[in-house]
Structures are given as structure tokens and as C-alpha cells.
Design a protein around this ligand. Structure first.
Ligand SMILES: [Zn+2]
Length: 277
């Protein structure tokens, strides 16, 4: 008997259809559920990225590529533009980079249309997207503020980051890194899986500590020094989070190569109607 997840031609174990629950035992692996017409493969395949929906994988790859390009172009642009001494250009470059990066993250948190609404950790993906919409403008403003003018604007930017919108951002970073960690797990990269979780939690908790010390610093002077330490820690974790789409791009590329090598069945376009995002 073939175990679930192996590439035999028929389903020779009890396997419920992912969409309607019909027992698919005895059916062709490349066939369809006789009750609802969903491709059999979707219900019995393993959850590795190499077995995932091809179009979804392409979307995630496009997302990772967009984030990476946005980051590299922003770094080059900011170095070039900063020599021009133009505040407007610096702010525009930062805003364009942040917008492109956010668009990439939106693609990277796309729902898997072939999951029939049974995605693992779907709530993390939804939180990441909601917080992205909520916090991206404030984060862009903070970066723009830091680059626009060095002194007063930097304080203002710090204020925005430590506001409720900043909390939305911190929650979003943690949720997104849970999504990234799940992708790494499904791609078979255990080290990246735990690294993503560590960065996500690190950013979130150093943000919470910074917010607490920022409040305390108004009455207790020593809290100011602690705020500096936790703030720097949050920035370090934040930078680590920004670079994560680079290893993720590699995980996704490997998954698609593996997918093509083992010639897993391709999912037909019409069958992607999934309930809920
Ligand atoms: Zn069915």
C-alpha cells in the first residue's frame, strides 16, 4: 500500500475529499471527486511546497522578487539621492521603496487558492495583510521623516513608530514572520523556519519593551537609556525581517524546481474556486 503523499496512480487508502468529504479511496490520483469535481490530487497530496499549486508558488516568488528588488533599489537610490541634499527626493525615494516592498509582501501573503479554505495558520496570513494595510502608511511616514530632516523629524518618526499604528506594525511583522516560517517549514528549511519565528518574536517584544520604556522615560530618566537599548534591538530585528524575502526566494525557487523535476500533477485553472481568502 502506498502511503499518503506518494505518487501512485490510484488512492488506495481512506482519504476524504478536501472540499466535500467524500471518500476518494479507489479513485485515480489524477482524476476528480465524483461528488464535487475537485481534483483528487489536492485532497491527498502532502503539504510540501513542491506539491503546492503552481500558480500560487509563482505569485509568492513574484512577491519575494518584488521585496528584494525594492530593498536593493532603495538602498542604491538612497545612497545616490542623499548626495543630492534634496529632502523631497530622499522622501520620495523612501516612499516609493516602501510602497514597492509592501506590494511584494501583499503577494507573499496571498491565499493558497487550492487549499479549499483549509489552510494551516490562515489567521496569521490574514493578520499580516490587515496590519500591512493599516501600518504601511505610518511606517513609510516614519522612514520618510527620518530621511527628510535629521533631528526633529527623527523624534517625530520615533513617535509614529511607538504609536498604536506602530503596534499594528509590530503585530504585522510577527504575523508575517509566522507565515514566512510556515513557508520555510513546507519548503523543508528547518533553520529558516526557526530563524523567522525568532526574528518575529524578537521584533515584537523589543517593540513592546520600547513602548513601555518610552512611557517610563517621561518620569524616570534611566528608562531613557533602556529605551535606547530596546529601540536599537527592535531596529536590528526589523532589518533582519526586511532581508528575509532573500532566503525565502531561494526556498520558493527550490520548491518549483523540485515540483518540475518530480512532475507533480498540475492543477487545472477552473478548480481554484475556494471559499474564503
Ligand atoms: Zn468532493
Amino acid at each position: 500500500m502506498a502511503a499518503p503523499g506518494t505518487l501512485s496512480s490510484t488512492v488506495d487508502w481512506d482519504a476524504p475529499c478536501g472540499r466535500c468529504g467524500y471518500n476518494l479511496r479507489g479513485l485515480e490520483l489524477r482524476g476528480r471527486c465524483p461528488e464535487c469535481g475537485a481534483p483528487t490530487w489536492l485532497s491527498v497530496g502532502d503539504d510540501s511546497l513542491a506539491s503546492a499549486d503552481e500558480a500560487w508558488l509563482r505569485r509568492l516568488q513574484a512577491g519575494a522578487a518584488t521585496c528584494n528588488a525594492a530593498l536593493l533599489v532603495s538602498v542604491v537610490l538612497l545612497i545616490t539621492v542623499s548626495t543630492l541634499e534634496s529632502r523631497v527626493l530622499r522622501v520620495l525615494a523612501a516612499a516609493a521603496g516602501a510602497a514597492a516592498y509592501a506590494a511584494g509582501l501583499w503577494l507573499l501573503t496571498a491565499p493558497n487558492p487550492a487549499a479549499f479554505g483549509h489552510e494551516r495558520r490562515a489567521s496569521y496570513r490574514r493578520i499580516a495583510r490587515a496590519m500591512l494595510l493599516l501600518a504601511a502608511p505610518s511606517s513609510a511616514l516614519s522612514v520618510a521623516g527620518l530621511l527628510g530632516a535629521p533631528c526633529g523629524a527623527a523624534l517625530l518618526a520615533g513617535g509614529i513608530l511607538l504609536s498604536p499604528l506602530g503596534l499594528a506594525g509590530a503585530l504585522g511583522v510577527m504575523a508575517w514572520l509566522h507565515v514566512a516560517s510556515e513557508l520555510a517549514r513546507r519548503g523543508g528549511h528547518a533553520a529558516l523556519e526557526s530563524r523567522a519565528l525568532l526574528i518575529g518574536s524578537g521584533y515584537f517584544f523589543s517593540w513592546i519593551a520600547s513602548a513601555v520604556f518610552a512611557l517610563l522615560a517621561r518620569v524616570l530618566m534611566p528608562a531613557g537609556a533602556l529605551l535606547f537599548v530596546t529601540g536599537a534591538t527592535a531596529v536590528a530585528f526589523g532589518l533582519a525581517a526586511l532581508w528575509l524575502p532573500f532566503p525565502l526566494a531561494r526556498v520558493l525557487r527550490e520548491a518549483r524546481l523540485e515540483r518540475n523535476r518530480t512532475e507533480r500533477p498540475h492543477i487545472i485553472e477552473d478548480d481554484r474556486a475556494a471559499p474564503g481568502a
